[in-house]
Design a protein around this ligand. Sequence first.
Ligand code: ADP
Ligand code: MG
Length: 240
Amino acid sequence: MNAVTKTYKQEGHLVHALRGVTVSLPRGGFTAVMGPSGSGKSTFLHCAAGLDTPTSGTVHLGEVELSQMNETRLTELRRDKAGFVFQAFNLIPALSIVDNITLPLRLAGVRPDRAWLEEIIRRVGLERRMTHRPSQLSGGQQQRVAIARALVTRPEVVFADEPTGALDTTTAAEVLGLLRQVVDTTGQTVVMVTHDPVAAAYADHVLFLAEGMIVEEMRSAPAGAIARRMSDLGRQMAAA
Ligand code: ADP
Ligand code: MG
């Protein structure tokens, strides 16, 4: 991502959500994007994933440059190369768990690869829940279904926006452990937005956003060190 800006018009005035972000996210790595509410984290993720178009600047996903693409090509690219996990699990209530997981394949008109499907179901620990409905599962289990759905197309990158925002500490730890495992065992890339230092501690690379700019990058660190860095940055921003 190179010199990316994103400006929204809000009630007649301009909001600069991203102000010149240049960064490359390591392939096969787990990157956390941290920052206070309103710092541009979701906008960053949406631009990185081709869900939204920057006002200026360029974005590459793998080898391809997104800004030249029309909406149809972007939709295909997201479908083929990206998986998404959001704070709200966005499961379809009327579908069984297995049908929720394989939905992206059906939408793409692709036949599921049985071996891969079984492997991800095993990995997310949902073997005995396949015929259940989402409402019969706990929040943590539902988010694991959403992660399995994000993995089913074997995307190069999984984008997650506050994936543990609606979960308690214990189930959050399960979900984060699972994302960590995805990176470690399949070499897929995970980019996760969070405001929680405990969640960011699972990543091997932490970006800090403040007021639409990357103000700091850190190698993997324990939650305490990340939290201290966050509060130092908060104080610097307040003083500036
Ligand atoms: P974060 O995810 O860090 O909380 P966001 O990326 O959601 O931050 O938002 C950054 C800024 O951009 C905020 O000031 C927000 O109000 C504004 N913003 C985000 N999306 C839109 C939108 N669709 N229309 C107008 N303003 C937006
Ligand atoms: Mg957000």
